[in-house]
Design a protein around this ligand. Structure first.
Ligand code: PLP
Length: 229
């Protein structure tokens, strides 16, 4: 068994165990394999071991891998920062976008999503740390943004995503994830049909599972350390 296949199996077992520990159904938690900076061969190895959802951050790198791996039935998720002049390839080549935080980008994705594809699934990124470098909409602006995006054609607003500041203490790791779960409930109470919380990475997946994560975005624990960010 390759390392990646073994890592994947170990991760699946850990996730299932953590889910049960926190009273969650493991079937409600999806593993998104974050393959940024990793070669297409690593993605093939994970695919061969059963992984189908992959996340990429850098558009040019992602497009090269999508083309090299076109023979595989992969569901591609774009999890990087969105640039206004690069929305078209995102609309054309991905099934999901995590990290959307602007109405203008949503309008462009809506216009550029090909009719031949199903609606593009979206998670709105919420900035809970106040760090300007992180991107994401402020919690106070979230409802208005979600209400503006939800009716756009060719898009399917699925939920919320966050990328908290690194934190090692378990109780503190849980705080932003709990806040994101509360924000999702508030939006649902306003009539928005959201079913996803994209939260949790290699170092904080248990905290995210405990707070209701439905999509874990995992890179390092599956593919090993990255040479560059
Ligand atoms: C890189 C990245 C991840 C994965 O992080 P790991 O710590 O390697 O698991 C998850 N989400 C986003 C947005 C990322 O950029």
């Amino acid at each position: 068994m390759t390392d990646i296949a073994k890592n994947l199996r170990d991760l699946q077992q850990q996730i299932a165990q953590m889910a049960r520990q926190h009273g969650r159904d493991p079937a409600q938690i999806q593993l998104l394999a974050v393959s940024k900076t990793k070669p297409a061969a690593d993605i093939r190895a994970a695919f061969a071991a059963g992984q189908r959802q992959f996340g990429e951050n850098y558009l040019q790198e992602a497009l090269e891998k999508i083309s090299a791996l076109a023979d595989l039935a992969i569901e591609w998720h774009y999890i990087g920062r969105i640039q206004s002049n690069k929305t078209r390839p995102i609309a054309e080549h991905f099934a999901w976008v995590h990290g959307l935080d602007s109405l203008k980008h949503a309008q462009r994705l809506s216009e550029q999503r090909p009719d031949s594809l199903p609606p593009l699934n979206l998670c709105l990124q919420v900035n809970l740390s106040g760090e300007a470098s992180k991107g994401g909409v402020a919690p106070e602006q979230l409802l208005a943004l979600a209400q503006a995006i939800a009716p756009l054609p060719r898009l399917h607003l699925r939920g919320l995503m966050t990328l908290p500041a690194a934190e090692t203490d378990f109780a503190r790791q849980r705080q932003p994830f709990r806040r994101l779960a509360e924000l999702k409930q508030e939006l649902c109470a306003q009539g928005l049909a959201l079913d996803c919380l994209s939260m949790g990475m290699s170092a904080d997946m248990e905290a995210a599972i405990a707070e209701g994560s439905s999509i874990l975005r995992i890179g390092t624990a599956l593919f090993g350390e990255r040479d560059r960010a």
